[in-house]
Design a protein around this ligand. Structure first.
Ligand SMILES: [Fe+2]
Length: 353
């Protein structure tokens, strides 16, 4: 069986029809499975990811075709269904198409017509899938960009910070084997993690050149919780809000706002914490010059088991070995693209907020 061949399940209670049609479809490059009843078809659909189901309508005098169509929709919704009948009825054909069959062919069916019908339906299915994915992904990217721009407006030196943080989070999550849903939520949190900054009092101190006063530092420390609250308590965003709220917590419990410790912080929150600090240290801010890669690596190694979880940090440092230089060049390009003039040298002290 060729692994890239499209898999077709032929369902008919006439064994002779199955054999002849199966041979002809295999000669056209399809990989063919056979079922002689609806229960047999269900078993096969449950165990094999068929691309297409081609089924007779009448089985031993009973119109089981519609049942097979409904069952395929349930078990393999991505599979296309083509029905064949020796007793064509317009009503039946219309009802079958409404219920999701892509075609309704009259027996005897010419195998080359059937092969072409399957290929056409699969191409249309794949195209539809790509368009839906493209549209949804595009909307996520557009909205993410708008959220990033809103945050960058209050601190232009963070141009591109959200998008870069998202990219680094995705790569560490992949290295750690985080599941897809959590990774997507982490990416959204990476974009929105500093959203709370736009609600702080007296936003001027975000771009201040010198150290913050204790009152200013206290104010800036409100941003993780404010951000999580402002993003709302929609059930769908619950995890995203949690990751946003945790992005300044530390593995040793010395972070803020809740001083969570170790695995009290979610895995996604621990990843975001590492990545966010990396991008802050290696980019130019109003109060500091960018750190070199060596200095940044020394800092992270010294903070293993303190600010950061060792396992997350090890994965991150391994990726830095291969991608660090590229990751250090990206911020300057983002600043220039945002039209931010380079600031005068201001020292290299860290202020992680
Ligand atoms: Fe932050």
């Amino acid at each position: 069986m060729h692994t890239t061949a499209k898999k077709v399940l032929l369902v008919d209670d006439e064994i002779g029809t199955l054999e002849v049609m199966g041979t002809l479809l295999e000669a056209q490059g399809f990989s063919v499975g056979f079922a002689a009843s609806s229960s047999d078809a269900r078993r096969q659909l449950e165990s094999t990811p068929f691309d297409a189901v081609v089924s007779d309508v009448m089985f031993d005098g009973h119109p089981e075709g519609t049942q097979i169509l409904a069952m395929t929709r349930e078990v393999r919704p991505e599979a296309i269904v083509i029905l064949m009948t020796g007793y064509p009825q317009i009503d039946g054909a219309v009802a079958a198409i409404k219920d999701g069959a892509v075609d309704y062919l009259q027996k005897p069916v010419d195998s080359s017509v059937l092969g072409a019908t399957i290929h056409r339906a699969l191409r249309e299915r794949d195209l539809r899938g790509q368009q839906e994915e493209f549209t949804f992904q595009s909307m996520v990217d557009i909205l993410s960009d708008l959220v990033s721009q809103t945050i960058e407006r209050v601190d232009p030196y963070t141009a591109g910070h959200g998008e870069r943080t998202r990219k680094y989070c995705r790569e560490i999550a992949s290295g750690l084997g985080l599941d897809r849903v959590t990774t997507e939520r982490l990416e959204l949190a990476a974009i929105a993690h500093d959203y709370g900054k736009i609600y702080l009092d007296d936003l001027g101190f975000l771009t201040k050149k010198g150290p913050l006063t204790s009152a200013e530092y206290k104010e800036v420390q409100r941003h993780p919780e404010v951000g999580a609250t402002k993003l709302g308590d929609h059930r769908e965003l619950k995890d995203v809000c949690r990751f946003v709220a945790e992005h300044h917590e530390r593995w040793d419990g010395a972070g803020y706002p809740l001083r969570l410790k170790g695995k009290e912080i979610s895995a996604a929150g621990r990843i975001l914490g590492v990545v966010e600090v990396f991008d802050s240290l290696t980019t130019k801010r109003s109060y500091k010059n960018p750190w070199s890669l060596d200095k940044t690596i020394d800092f992270f190694e010294a903070q293993s088991g303190k600010a950061f979880e060792p396992e997350v940090l090890d994965t991150f440092l391994r990726q830095l070995e291969t991608q660090g230089a590229a990751w250090l060049n990206a911020p300057q390009r983002d600043l220039e693209a945002a039209g931010i003039a380079p600031a005068a040298d201001v020292g290299d002290g860290a202020r992680q907020a």
